[in-house]
Design a protein around this ligand. Sequence first.
Ligand code: SAM
Ligand code: SF4
Ligand code: SF4
Length: 368
Amino acid sequence: MPGVEEFPQDGDHASQQHGRKLTDRLARPLRDLRISVTDRCNFRCVYCMPREVFGRNYAFLPREDLLSFEEIERVARIAVSLGVEKLRLTGGEPLLRREIEVLIGRLAALRTPAGEPLDIALTTNGAALPAKAAGLKAAGLSRITVSLDSLDDAGFQALNDVRFPVHRVLDGIAAARTAGFETVKINTVLKRSANEDQILPLAEYFRWSPHTLRFIEYMDVGSSNGWCLDEVIPSAEVVARINARYPLEVVAPTRADQTARRWRYRDGAGEIGVISSVTGAFCGSCTRVRLSSEGKLFTCLFASSGFDLRALLRSGESDEQIAAALAGLWSRRDDRYSQLRSENTVNAAAQKETIHSRRRIEMSYIGG
Ligand code: SAM
Ligand code: SF4
Ligand code: SF4
């Protein structure tokens, strides 16, 4: 279980930041809040929740430990007052959280200080989308990302490890479209031994579709997936393979904090994205804070401890005090794990002994 950071002591400094542009020690603004609404999942993806670790006896969080919808909305409102413009609901599997539509409705009613609605996205394995897509749209969800690692049914079932057939995820993507999500982002994590043969089939399947496929490098997040560098398929290789069959050209980034590098098919068949979390660290533009389902705040996906916001929320602190604590946390942030990993990767032995040996939080807990 993750550790807990001391409450920030530099509250005065934090209060001064409140209302102004809040930046961390590396001059990065706070823009995105990722909210994990549950640590549970109906899949056991081998790179995320391997069955040997997340088995029958795994102790998931008890329900009373989860933040309520009121508490999540409060954190989001305070984060928005400090500069957050984008929210992403994730998990575990966010569609397993009962009445998630009610939470989305509450978040959709929030406004930035300039009076703008927020961008509210959700990342899902897609299993529940046929039943839920229409309700999510009606509640005010802006965007959906569906994770899909293989089109080959046997390969997909081996990856999700719960015998979930791929056609039901494809049905989920279609249901999202029917519900009015015109374009869905498709996230594919590539692991050399598992689905390297799926790069071209997936590219082919989503060419000429309204959906955008994004290939993600397999990351050393958590401590249970047995990650090793040899299993990472570098984005450059993915682009080269697709380009050899369907010529690509680079698309200029539209935002400084864009994590995916975009490529478009020269024949007009749409775009793909690559997220090079391992071979092209983007810590310099990382504007994300993560809220776990039990209310711990993490300023990096690879953090080994979180800040116990739930204790503050439940101890009668005012919104201003909580804003000052959050601002203090952000203003002291200097995380850049992936960048350090890249520097250390040059010396594999050093990598093993330094950052990689640190105990890290599981992706299903912290929220992807
Ligand atoms: N259950 C939902 C899903 O799978 O979309 C949301 C949570 S999941 C943790 C969020 C994203 O993290 C998914 O797209 C998943 O593929 C990705 N992910 C999980 N483990 C990963 C790893 N070790 N490296 C890269 N991406 C990973
Ligand atoms: Fe569940 Fe998503 Fe992790 Fe797969 S990647 S085990 S669907 S949380
Ligand atoms: Fe952001 Fe941490 Fe990932 Fe770097 S390693 S991009 S700081 S979450």
